[in-house]
Design a protein around this ligand. Structure first.
Ligand code: HEM
Length: 470
């Protein structure tokens, strides 16, 4: 073991410097700060899209802190839960503020994370060598969805109760193990006190712990390979005399100030919602949830909160008739792969066999549309994880892609938003048809990406980033 070496400071050094030196000799505090932020060199051409990572961290802290205060007064008991939330709103000093910050924070979190992921899509941030950053991000996204789902049951209102009932019942569509699986998740034959207790445990401790670990892994991976930028250029390839990338600046003080400005704008918008529109027209807090849960009164319209609705729409679009379109689409995709892909004959054959089995499985006599709805619902989320391997474009950023690629992104974005909107509405024949078209566009965007992303005339990527000082 190396001998302990104490940092020698002049006797008249400031007390704070001496204290820091004492800590640094025993724990790498300054090193951690410098590696992760203080001397972390980031490209100098970040635009507003690069603010959402910091904002996501801010909202994470906000949710944990407000959550701790809510837990001090909330009762995870089916007989007491609804009234304990009303007590927080009416009796606990500032309880209404803490609760509205937490409920608005949940929606804000998803808005920020969706924008953060959009940035990834536009600038190809997930491309080599940042695949793991994306995968950690994807795992964070899954955890966030679980966290929001478990948390939504806690107020024990009508929508909490029936939303959980519908989603847990989805697992029942899985052949053989489905019914037992839903029973196991609920801990009872219907959503009940046992369900509330376990969802509480997951919401307040299990998922937040995993989430914090994943955010740490996300940032360690980011700081290992370095940040990308709107040009998609690897700044580490052009080093200056000091050994740092020429087009980079230390995060502190430059991005500290940049991020504080973004945080200020966010807090203004966030406060406007918390103080003036916490329900946001029923999108952030649904009106039905101000009624205590009643297991004997099913609401006529059950829909999840807005951030789940794009995926929920995919589930609802999967009707028995739509299965025939899916069978044709799977067959067409296999033919396309055989004709266009450079995969080996063995891999192509395996894909063909899997596709054939899937088509047989889609026959109404074998597996019903409800099962496939759950499969497509899950796949519409999981497919995001594969982006780093689906995108074959020779450039990372949208700036240097052919102009028609922007149209592809726009159509995809519009379909995603339409699915999201339709998921909040009661289904009609026309709305179901539109959601089916959007579902096909959604999956085609990803499944055909290996081809379309490499097609067209690409612009020349400059060797240095584009930067216009203000
Ligand atoms: C709690 C949620 C999250 C937090 C706190 C978080 C935090 C951050 C931070 C601070 C950065 C660096 C600053 C920036 O580029 O914006 C970053 C970068 C990144 N994040 Fe996240 N993130 C979260 C969720 C996600 C999700 C859900 C994804 C994607 C599925 C994702 C993908 C990425 C990628 C690819 C980068 C690298 C960007 C680049 O270098 O160009 N993150 N994240």
């Amino acid at each position: 073991m190396a001998a302990f070496k104490e940092t020698k400071l002049p006797p008249d050094a400031p007390a704070a410097q001496k204290a820091l030196g004492w800590v640094d000799d025993r724990f790498p505090l300054s090193k951690l700060w410098n590696d992760q932020w203080g001397k972390y060199y980031a490209p100098k051409n970040f635009n507003f899209w690069y603010i959402f990572g910091s904002l996501a961290m801010l909202v994470l802290v906000l949710q944990i802190v407000t959550g701790i205060f809510l837990t001090m007064h909330y009762k995870p008991d089916a007989a007491l839960a609804f009234n304990s939330v009303e007590y927080i709103m009416r009796e606990v000093p500032w309880g209404w503020l803490v609760r509205y910050m937490h409920s608005t924070g949940a929606s804000a979190f998803f808005i920020i994370v969706y924008l953060h992921m959009t940035r990834g899509l536009l600038y190809g941030s997930y491309r080599k060598p940042r695949e793991l950053i994306w995968l950690f991000g994807f795992a964070i996204f899954l955890c966030l969805m679980a966290e929001a789902f478990f948390g939504y049951l806690l107020p024990w209102g009508q929508m909490s109760y029936w939303g959980a009932q519908v989603i847990v019942n989805l697992f029942g569509a899985i052949p053989l193990i489905g019914p037992d699986l839903s029973l196991w998740i609920r801990g009872d034959y219907v959503v009940s006190d046992a369900t509330l207790n376990r969802f509480f445990a997951f919401h307040v401790i299990a998922i937040p712990l995993v989430l914090l670990g994943l955010v740490a892994a996300h940032l360690i991976a980011l700081h290992e390979v370095g940040s990308s930028n709107p040009d998609g250029i690897e700044v580490k390839e052009t080093l200056g005399a000091d050994g740092h990338p020429l087009d980079s600046i230390p995060s502190h003080p430059y991005y500290t100030v940049h991020d504080l400005f973004g945080v200020s704008i966010f807090l203004v918008l966030f406060s406007a919602v918390v103080f003036f529109a916490p329900e946001m027209g029923g999108y952030f807090l649904e009106y039905n949830n101000f009624l205590p849960s009643d297991s004997l009164k099913t609401p006529t319209h059950i829909a999840p909160t807005w951030y789940f609705t794009p995926f929920y729409s995919v589930l609802r679009a999967t009707t028995a008739e739509f299965m025939y379109v899916c069978m044709a689409a799977v067959a067409a995709y296999v033919v396309f792969i055989w004709l266009k892909s450079r995969l080996s004959i063995t891999v192509k054959s395996i894909i063909a066999v899997i596709a054939l089995l899937a088509i047989i499985g889609m026959l109404p006599q074998i597996l019903d549309a409800k099962f496939w709805g759950v499969v497509f619902f899950g796949s519409s989320v999981v497919i995001l994880a594969f982006l780093p391997w689906l995108d074959h474009s020779p450039v990372k950023s949208i700036r240097y892609r052919p102009d028609w690629h922007k149209l592809v992104y726009a159509v995809f974005g519009l379909s995603f938003l339409t699915l999201g909107y339709l998921g909040t509405q009661e289904p009609t024949a026309t709305k179901t048809l539109i959601s089916q078209v959007c579902t096909l566009i959604y999956f085609s965007f990803f499944l055909l990406m290996p081809w379309w992303s490499a097609m067209g005339k690409f612009k020349t990527v400059p060797s240095r980033v584009t930067f216009h000082p203000h």
